[in-house]
Design a binder for this molecule. Structure first.
Ligand code: BGC
Length: 248
């Protein structure tokens, strides 16, 4: 099935049509910078623009940087607070004239990694962490997703973890790689002591620079870099829309 996947991130909104059987993107991804206000209307307009770019008229899956239940946005850390309570499914359906299924961005990326990437065929407890503007997390048990796990907001030393250990935090705080790795190892240790995953997969924008930090990570569980990198969010959003439509 061909579905347009869209990934709404803190800095860019990206989309591409995806073949949900193979996980392949069927065209080069199209990216538009995220409007600075992060408010519903400008973001919905960009989602509409991406849809028009591909002259798309079918199903759309969309990853969104917040917890989302039945299309409704539940929180807002890296986007405008105006999103809280908004029915994103309905809003994007209006701006695209297509049926849209919205889900958490890390859940989308996790679904793609579990189906086509580093977590393919893996059973047990798998934690996926996307390191970008925020810290996105998704959790799978024997391949089944527990949605909207917001472990990026766990408290670490009295502060929100993502304000200290995300890629954006590294840049904002001007941390050297060793200083950031120390923070991130503290975060991994916290995750390990709370969830005891069999496997941790690291993705998001930071994974492009994995040579700077991956070999310095200290964790008891097996740890792997994501394989689909930047495309996981797009592919997973399309996949989630297919599953939603075919399974209700
Ligand atoms: C949000 C999550 C999101 C993550 C990555 C966090 O601030 O609360 O829902 O998955 O950022 O975008």
């Amino acid at each position: 099935m061909q579905i347009l996947g869209i990934d709404i991130g803190g800095t860019g909104i990206k989309g591409a049509p995806v073949d949900t059987e193979s996980g392949a993107m069927l065209a080069d991804r199209f990216r538009i910078p995220t409007p600075t206000s992060g408010k519903p209307k400008p973001i919905a307009d960009v989602v509409g623009e991406i849809t028009r770019h591909f002259e798309w008229s079918g199903l759309i899956g969309c990853g969104f940087p917040a917890a989302v239940r039945n299309g409704k946005v539940l929180n807002a850390a890296n986007i405008s607070k105006k999103w809280i309570g908004v029915d994103a499914d309905a809003l994007f359906t209006e701006s695209t004239y297509c049926p849209v299924h919205v889900l958490n961005d890390a859940d989308a990326a996790g679904m793609a990694e579990m189906t086509f990437g580093a977590g393919r065929g893996r059973r047990g407890v798998v934690l996926i962490i996307t390191i970008g503007t925020g810290l996105g997390t998704s959790l799978f048990t024997d391949g089944v997703l527990l949605p909207n796990v917001e472990m990026g907001h766990i408290e670490m030393g009295g502060k929100d973890a993502e304000s200290q250990a995300s890629e954006a935090a590294r840049e904002r705080l001007g941390l050297s790689w060793p200083a950031w790795v120390k923070e991130f190892n503290r975060y991994l240790e916290t995750m390990e002591h709370l969830l005891w995953p069999d496997l941790i997969i690291l993705g998001g924008g930071a994974i492009k620079k994995q040579e700077k930090f991956f070999s310095h990570l200290k964790v008891g569980a097996e740890i792997l870099p994501a394989q689909l990198s930047n495309e996981a969010g797009i592919i997973g959003a399309a996949l989630a829309a297919r599953i939603k439509t075919t399974q209700g």
